[in-house]
Design a protein around this ligand. Sequence first.
Ligand SMILES: Cc1cc2nc3c(=O)[nH]c(=O)nc-3n(C[C@H](O)[C@H](O)[C@H](O)COP(=O)(O)O)c2cc1C
Length: 357
Amino acid sequence: MYRSLYRHLLSRMDAEWIHGVALSSLAAAGAFPLSRALLQRLFAPYADSSLRVQAFGLRFAHPLGLAAGFDKDGTALRGLAALGFSFIEVGTVTPQPQAGNPKPRLFRLLEDRALINRLGFPSSGMVQVAHNLRWRPATPIAISLGKNKETPLGAALRDYRAVLEHLYAYGDLFVVNVSSPNTPELRRLQSDAYLNDLLAGLRQSVDAQPVAKPLLLKIAPDLSLDEIEVICALALQNGISGIIATNTMLERPPNLRSVAARESGGLSGAPLRDRSTAIVQYIHRVTEGKLPVIGVGGVFSGADLWAKLCAGATLVQAYTGFVYEGLAFVKRALRELKQIMAAEGVRNLNEIIGKTD
Ligand SMILES: Cc1cc2nc3c(=O)[nH]c(=O)nc-3n(C[C@H](O)[C@H](O)[C@H](O)COP(=O)(O)O)c2cc1C
C-alpha cells in the first residue's frame, strides 16, 4: 500500500517537504508512550537472537540501522527507534547552525529507485542537537561529525573536534564525515595530506575523554581502490574503529532513466548498491577483516542486506530504501533475511560475514 501511495501521491509533492512532514510525524508519534507502542507493535521486527550483532563494544539487535542524513538534528529518534532500526546515525551535525544549499535540493528518481541530494549539511548546530538528544532512545546512536561550509579545510579539525566534544556524552559511536559531495572541497579531507592530521587530532580528543567510544570514518564511493587502501592504512594507524562505506555518488551510471538524473548532487539508492558492496568487499579484503565495515548504499531488501554481509559488512545502514519501502521497511527486510538464512542453512550472522570476499 505504501509503495503505491508513494508512487501516485507522495512522489508528486516536493521531496524535501514530504521528508519534513514524515520526520515531524515520527517525532510526534515517538514522543508519547501510547503512540510509540503502537508504532512498535505495527512495524518493529520481533526480537530474534540469530540476528544479533556485537561490534565496536556494543550490542545490536540486528544488523540494519538508519543512515546519516535522515534525522540530521536528532528530532525523531524515539519514533525511528520504534520502527525497529538497530542503530540510528544522527547528523551530519555542524558546530554552528547553517541553512545548507538553496532549494530545491532533493530529487526523486522513481524509475531508478534512487534519490539525488545537494542539501549541503543543513544543521541546527551542535548546541541545539545536544538539546534534542536529551530524549534519545536506548537504541545505539551514532553521531556524524561535520564542518561548517565557511570553515577552511586547514581549520577543519577545529570544527570536527568541537562537535565531537560537545556531543560526546550523547552518542555511542562517532563518525567522521569527510565524504559528502555537497560541501565544497570537503572530500579533499579524504586525501593523505589532510586525513592523517584530522584522524590523529580526533583520536587525541577521544583519548582525553573519561570513557572510550568508537570513532569511525565514512568514505565516498567515487574513490579509487588505491585511495581506499591508503585511507584504510591511515585509519588503522590512528586507531579508527571502523569504516562506513559509502556516502552518495557523484558519478551517474549511463543507464539512469529518470529526468531528475541531470540534477547535480549525490546519488543514492539502487544505482549505488553494487559499487558500495564492492567497496565493502575490498576493505574487508585489504584489511584482512581488521577494520569492521558498516555497509551502506542501495539496501532495499533482505537480499541486499545479505549481499552486504557476505561482502564483509558487520552492520548495514539504509536511507533511500527506507524512503521507498516505508514504515515496515526494517520488519520486511529482516523477514527476508531470515528466509535467506534458513534456505542457506545459516543459523547465525557470524557464519556469513565476509563469505563472498
Ligand atoms: C537526502 C540525503 C541526505 C543525506 N545526508 C547525509 C549526511 O548529512 N551525512 C552523511 O554522512 N550522509 C548523508 N547521506 C548519505 C546516506 O547516509 C547514505 O550514505 C547514502 O544515501 C547511501 O545509502 P542509501 O543508498 O541507502 O541511501 C544523505 C543521503 C540522502 C539521500
